[in-house]
Every structure is written in structure tokens, then in C-alpha cells.
Write a protein that binds this ligand. Structure first.
Ligand code: BG6
Length: 509
């Protein structure tokens, strides 16, 4: 059991509450509001990080009044939302500020009434801060932003800020992401737009920077001289569940790679920023993604493989084949698994492969970054040279958050034999921090005006630019993805991708 050496940074002691604000949720009756936003806001309230004047204003077409909307959110929170039971006093403080505005997103009257409400609040409370959270289907992002702008609701003044939070998916390819950026930027300035990638709200993702740049011992090794290859895995046990319609039109590549996996890659490979100022960090991350080798059409089939889950057993329960899932076309060719080899054409990383894989209905849920260091020269311990290289650093993003380092050690005995041992740091042992949804940090940062953990327009477009050749190639060659049994480690083609370079994926189980 590890001992805590210095105080837990997870404790929010000393963190100031966010300023008073109206948190206007478009799509308030949807899944995201009840499943993620309400628990996150409740956690912030419980931690004392929301101002007593904080308001949640739900906007949606669904019929509700203030009381019934408050009740619906309360029921959702009590059934599925909070960790460690509900602190009723904290919930009551949050609930006191919950209101509802019924209206159609396409009707200008909705925005007139919203403007009236915010003006009244500003009059009464002396501040006009508002965050507009677009928890809606992507086709509404640009029209809502335009309508807010036309109603003057995105104009900031000395009475308050106006911010727009945009959920994923941000576009479906490079052209649509560019168009969406252009339309949002016609309605608001870049500094007002907060594009969510919820991976950035995860403590362990933020810890990658702390680990790399807060320690002096890793950075000198963090380059092509010492690192052989990197594996980034985001394995899920869930299938498509009730999202068949969305997922079948999206697939694993679009859903996970240009956003979440590229964020992990950028955090792992970026240069140290000059400061932790939002733009310094975001610029360094964009530079890494820009430096990814752009695949030619000939390279795509060699560097990128796709799979689709067949029937199988996941965590002991039978799972239907992807094509049998609700709202999935019976002849679908959508990939539920993708693996690719990326290389970064810059001084630090030239020649170091970064292998990325993600998939649904796999054997385990695990997101991790594995850094495989080069082996020691084969001068001593020759017998160990043919075995796997000992030095592996694994950053476990979720679950079982932590970091482990594997190295060679002498096996006790008369002869000199080497075995592999592991040093392991587990978050849960060191810090008593409770698991978060990730949205707590993101919402708090948005309320306090810190965009570091949000995607800038160019971050998004660069990600799409890198996967565009893959999308183009697949559109021109719509082959069926290779099947893998649900509950397995993925398709055989993913193993072959690494085997060609003489490597193996870390086993999932
Ligand atoms: C979402 C994807 O962005 O991320 C989902 O749309 C995926 O398909 C999810 O399941 C994974 O997030 P997490 O936090 O569970 O790793």
C-alpha cells in the first residue's frame, strides 16, 4: 500500500466558486442533461464551487414547467447520478435555481423569451453571465448559435460574459467541421466557443502533462532515441446500445479517433508548452497532430484496419452481432473497431510508430497509453535479449487509473536470471478522490473562463484533416470490415498490423 507523500491535489480546498451565471441547456430533456450534466453540476454544488445565484435554465420542446423539470432532474440524479449517496442539502441548493423554458429551437420567439428572462435576471442580480450549452443533435449547433446571435444573446458587455458550449460530434469530416466552425465563428468569437472533448476532463488525461512536465526524469527519455513504439488503446465492452442510428452513420474511426485518441496522442507526444496558458497548450497539441504523416491512398490499407463485432459473449453475457443491433442496417459496413499506425514527422518522434486501437464489444473496458522503451544493449544479460523488452510504462486512463513501470530484476537464486517486475501507482490508493464524470472540470473551467481543456477551431480541423484520407479511401473501397467475436481482443487484422513491424498488442485480458 502506497503512502501519500504530499497533500491531495484532488481536494478542492481553496478553489474559488465560479461566478454567478445562468447555465442555459438546449436539449434539456435529453439523455446528456440527466446522465452527465446534472450529476456534474450537483457535484460542483456539493463541493461549494457554484455560486448561490447559479441558475440552470432548461430549454426544450418537451412540455415541462419549472417544478416538473426540477423533479425530472432530481429523479434522474437519485436513480443513476451521484456517487456516495446524495447530499440532499446540496441538491436542494442546486434545485432552487432550476427553471424551464419550453420552446422550439427554430422559433425566434424562444430566443425573445430567453432574452427577456436573462434581462430580468440581470436587472435583479446586477450580472448577465450566461453559458449556452448545446446538448442537442449536431444539426442544431449552427442554427441555435445563429439564433442566439441574432437575438443579441451572444453580445458580451461589462455586465457579463456569454459563452457557447458545443458537444461532440463536431462535424463528420474535414469539410463539415470547417463549415461548422465558420458558422459558429460568424455568431460568436473564438474566445466564447467551448468545444467539448470529454476526454480532456478526465483527471488521468490531465495527469499526462503533470507526469511528463512535472518530473525531470522522464522527459530526457521521451523521444526516438529511447522509445521503440507507443500503443494507445481505448477498448470498450459496451456495444452500440440505443445509439444504433447515430453509430451506424458514424463508425469507430469518426467517433473516437480524430477527437479522443488524438487528444491522448497529442498529450503523449507534444513538446512542453511555454506556459499552461490555454493557447500555449493548444498550440503545442495542434503541432503534433499537424506533424502526423498524412497517409497516401496506397498507405491507408497497410496502416489502417477495421473490424465489426459478430455475436459473442461480453463479460459473461451473450451479445448479438453488430448488424443485429437495433437501428443498424442488416448489411451495414460500419466499423466498430479501428486500429492504425501513425507516425509523427518531427525531430522528436521520427521513426517511432504510434499504434492506436479502439473498439466496441471487446473483452474489457480499458483506456491506456503504453510506452515501450528500447531494450538495453545486448552486451550483458544476453539470455534476456530474445524475450520481450522489459521497460514498459503504462499510463492507465480508465478504469483502475494509475501508472506502472516494468523493468528487469534479478530472480533470486544462485544463477543470474532476469525476470520482469512492476512498480505500480494506483490513483485510488494515493488519493481519496471519487470518480468524476469529467464534466465537472469542464463545466467549472467554462464558468471561470479557462478554455485550456477545450478544443480550438484549428485543433478540430487538424484532427479531421489527418483522418480524411482514411475516410476518402474507405468511401472509395467500401469493403466489409473483418469480423471479430464480441468479447474478444478485436480482429486478427489488428494483430497483423503490429506483427508486420515485429510487435504485439498488449493483451486486453
Ligand atoms: C463518446 C463516444 O464520445 O465516447 C462513445 O461517442 C464512447 O461511443 C465514449 O463510448 C467513450 O467515453 P468514455 O469516457 O466512456 O471512455
Amino acid at each position: 500500500m502506497a503512502a501519500l507523500i504530499s497533500p491531495s491535489p484532488a481536494a478542492p480546498a481553496g478553489t474559488p466558486p465560479a461566478p454567478p451565471c445562468s447555465f442555459v441547456i438546449f436539449g434539456a430533456s435529453g439523455d446528456l442533461t440527466s446522465r452527465l450534466l446534472t450529476p456534474a453540476l450537483y457535484h460542483l454544488m456539493r463541493e461549494g464551487l457554484l455560486d448561490p445565484g447559479f441558475e440552470i435554465l432548461g430549454v426544450d420542446r418537451v412540455e415541462h414547467d419549472d417544478a416538473s423539470f426540477r423533479k425530472a432532474l432530481g429523479e434522474a440524479l437519485h436513480t443513476l447520478g451521484a456517487r456516495n449517496g446524495i447530499d440532499e442539502a446540496a441538491w436542494d441548493r442546486l434545485a432552487a435555481g432550476i427553471r424551464y423554458l419550453q420552446g422550439d429551437f427554430a422559433d425566434p420567439e424562444t430566443y425573445r423569451r430567453l432574452a427577456g428572462h436573462l434581462a430580468q435576471r440581470a436587472e435583479a442580480g446586477g450580472q448577465a453571465n450566461a453559458v449556452f450549452y448545446l446538448a442537442v443533435a449536431p444539426r442544431f449547433f449552427a442554427p441555435i448559435a445563429a439564433a442566439l446571435s441574432s437575438a443579441g444573446l451572444l453580445t458580451e458587455n461589462d455586465k457579463g460574459f456569454r459563452r457557447l458550449v458545443v458537444e461532440k460530434p463536431f462535424g463528420t469530416d474535414l469539410a463539415s467541421a470547417r463549415e461548422l466552425n465558420a458558422r459558429l465563428l460568424a455568431a460568436a468569437s473564438e474566445t466564447q466557443i467551448y468545444r467539448i472533448d470529454h476526454y480532456l476532463g478526465k483527471e488521468t488525461v490531465q495527469n499526462i502533462m503533470a507526469f511528463r512536465f512535472g518530473n525531470g526524469i522522464f522527459e530526457p527519455l521521451w523521444n526516438r532515441d529511447h522509445i521503440e513504439h507507443v500503443q494507445i488503446t481505448a477498448a470498450e465492452t459496451v456495444g452500440v446500445e440505443r445509439r444504433g442510428r447515430f453509430y451506424d452513420a458514424t463508425g469507430a474511426l469518426r467517433d473516437m479517433v480524430p477527437n479522443h485518441l488524438f487528444q491522448l496522442l497529442a498529450m503523449t507526444a507534444m513538446e512542453a508548452p511555454n506556459s499552461f496558458a490555454a493557447d500555449a497548450v493548444r498550440t503545442e497539441k495542434t503541432k503534433v497532430i499537424e506533424a502526423l504523416h498524412n497517409l497516401s491512398p496506397e498507405e491507408v490499407p497497410r496502416m489502417v484496419v477495421r473490424g465489426e463485432y459478430d455475436a459473442g459473449t461480453v463479460l459473461g453475457k451473450p451479445r448479438a452481432a453488430y448488424r443485429q443491433e437495433p437501428d443498424v442496417a442488416p448489411d451495414s459496413r460500419t466499423e466498430t473497431y479501428v486500429a492504425l499506425k501513425a507516425t509523427i514527422d518531427n525531430w522528436r518522434w521520427s521513426g517511432v510508430p504510434f499504434y492506436l486501437r479502439t473498439g466496441k464489444s471487446l473483452a474489457v473496458r480499458r483506456t491506456e497509453i503504453a510506452i515501450q522503451f528500447k531494450r538495453a544493449p545486448a552486451v550483458l544479460f544476453r539470455e534476456a535479449v530474445d524475450g520481450p523488452t522489459p521497460n514498459l510504462l503504462v499510463i492507465r486512463i480508465q478504469p483502475d487509473e494509475g501508472i506502472s513501470l516494468r523493468f528487469a530484476a534479478k530472480v533470486p537464486g544462485r544463477e543470474m536470471r532476469l525476470g520482469h517486475v512492476e512498480m505500480d501507482f494506483r490513483y485510488a490508493e494515493y488519493f481519496q478522490a471519487e470518480p468524476q464524470t469529467g464534466y465537472e472540470t469542464l463545466i467549472y473551467d467554462c464558468l471561470t473562463g479557462d478554455p485550456t481543456l477545450f478544443q480550438r477551431a484549428d485543433n478540430i480541423e487538424t484532427g479531421w484533416a489527418e483522418v480524411q484520407p482514411i475516410l476518402d479511401h474507405w468511401a472509395a473501397h467500401p469493403e466489409a470490415p473483418q469480423l471479430y467475436a464480441a468479447g474478444s481482443d478485436g480482429p486478427a487484422c489488428a494483430d497483423e498490423l503490429l506483427a508486420r513491424d515485429g510487435y504485439k498488442w498488449l493483451p486486453l485480458t
